[in-house]
Design a protein around this ligand. Sequence first.
Ligand code: PLP
Length: 407
Amino acid sequence: MVTVNQNYLKLPGSYLFSNIAKKVSAYKEANPEFKDSVISLGIGDVTQPLAPAIIDALHKSVDEMAHAETFHGYAPDLGYEFLRSAIAKNDYQSRGCDISADEIFVSDGAKSDSGNIQEIFGLDNKVAVCDPVYPVYVDTNVMAGRTGLYNKERENFDGVIYMPCKEENGFLPEIPADEVPDLIYLCFPNNPTGGAITKAALQEWVDYANKNGCVIIYDAAYEAYISEEDVPHSIYECEGARTCAIELRSFSKNAGFTGVRLGFTVVPKELVRDGVELHSLWARRHGTKFNGAPYIVQRAGEAVYSPEGKVQLKEQIAYYMRNAKTILEGLSAAGFSVSGGKNAPYIWLKTPDQMTSWEFFDYLLEKAHIVGTPGSGFGAHGEGYFRLTAFGSYENTLEAIERIKNL
Ligand code: PLP
């Protein structure tokens, strides 16, 4: 008789964004007069079109596919050399990070990589995550069987070390006091809080990981939004990170590839645990289960690093960050307690009048026709908070903030 993976049954029901979508469509159905005025600052998807340099690269590579002499079939499963070299040079070597092209594994995005990376580690490893957190890190460890059951009272999983990110600690995780984790997931700039970590603070994590033999899985999907000097763009800016950290990156938020799909993972060759190079394990895993990101998409990724691409994408980021500033300043003037929005496209606000995250969601939807994301959807310590994104259009963002101010 077929049995199922019982670990999947530990996961509580429906996904945050489908709950939100259901609530919004129910509201629109019940209030058709407001149907067209609903503004979403909820989901973390981009809205600006692909930059011209990227479109040009796509057109050119699509044309190559039309001729036998320039046609490309299966891509090398670790990524084309032209893209891996561009990444190594622009994202790492130019910042003084000692990362080479053959330590980069090209993929279809950071969601897959952040979900799959746990496969190369034993099931007995103890996982530490921030709370609130991007849910993929926890859910994929649950599916693999690296956690206990869901604890309804605490609203999280047994057997996972949660590192609360609260107002008191500047929404930054603290090194666990009671127990040493094996795998530590860190995401900076952070989704959902929009918080960033300084190089000095990240260095403490790197030192801790090296001292205790932990591995840090560092998700830098929002690196392009960093505006402050002392915020590192990569964990490899810290001394010793090559022996304790894996870094995940995405082309989704820096270049609008959410629908195009491209990302990469960096596994330094010096990263050895249990007597094994993690680089060789990830190469084995990637080569077995992934048949390479499409040629045309990797050419589009290469264009991100072209001189024109760089200029155009800088403008795109500036567009979103103007939204972030509008939200941050507007809400702060309206008396809300807000954070984030300086090095990330997310603004994290404290719900007013002791409202729960979902109560504030309903309130904003009904009174201002604005959709955001309840902080409790990202973990127990997200309760009482709310996430707004800077990914909308400037006009909608301005309008949304006016409506909130007038509440
Ligand atoms: N990591 C974080 C922290 C994210 O917020 C997201 C998407 O929202 C991803 C990874 C997924 O990125 P990708 O589109 O490359 O799969």
